[in-house]
Design a protein around this ligand. Sequence first.
Ligand SMILES: NC(=O)NCCC[C@H](N)C(=O)O
Length: 306
Amino acid sequence: MKLDLLSRYTSAIDSVPTILDWRISGETDLLSDVVLCPPDYLAPVPCCTVTRDNLEQGFAVDVPAAKRQHEALCAALRRNGVTCHLVTPEPDLPDMCFTRDIAVATPFGPMLTAPAMPHRRGETEALARHVRAWGLNWPRVTTGTIEGGDICIAREGLLLIGSSGERTSREGLEEFAAPFHDAGWEVLVCPFHADHLHLDTLFCMVSPDEALACVELLDASFVARLRELGIALIDMPAASVPQLGCNILALGGKKIIASEDDEAVSRLRARDYHVVTVDVSQFTRCGGGIHCLTLPVRRVPGARGG
Ligand SMILES: NC(=O)NCCC[C@H](N)C(=O)O
């Protein structure tokens, strides 16, 4: 019976993870393992401003196109040495491809989040089933709400959390941040307008001391503290935010996966980043980009990318 269950859940996984001690202490350390979910049931749910605007303009998801784009993202990750662990999509979970939001690998081990949106809560349950099939039991946030797109483990000693009041609540934030406080990390909270959904639509780290950021939409004291900490901001225009221009994935060693957005790509290349681009237009119209589509579970501190 136990074996049956194991094979049921692991059969859906790209590769059964061999390293289960997944931890991340810096968002731009060398990426080795990511959890993704194919978009078989992707549908535009009118729960965020970008999706609502696109629905008003008559947008409908082209699922085969979304699947091709997701496969191209996985292929780009694999070409760059990243192992992709695929979890099975489920018909009643239309946003499950945005795996970023449902768990976070921390320096103390992975943790399931507590999504605010009722239609996304089943995603943490679905992921928890996969995790149990790996013989693990990830703890979860139990008070309030918090979504992974609001969490940035910027670098050793510095945790950033976005708080629009809609997706991440004070209680969820405090529970998630507690072990970081206990370990002596600085925890910096960034309030922002709920129209922008998650912190990762406005801000993403690209190296330990540089981030892509839409400065005009970020809280002034958050920006000032980042600068005091020596984090330079590559400023992005507000007009690029609905296209998820800031929403990139750092692979480590100044290598970045970005969507085909001229603003971010040209700014990063001008600063000597190696940028791989993929088309994720089916997803951006549902409110999420490359950062949202990827749940990094293991990065190697101190290692350099090839
Ligand atoms: N981290 C992210 O920004 N994730 C995108 C989630 C989009 C999804 N439609 C949502 O509103 O929850």
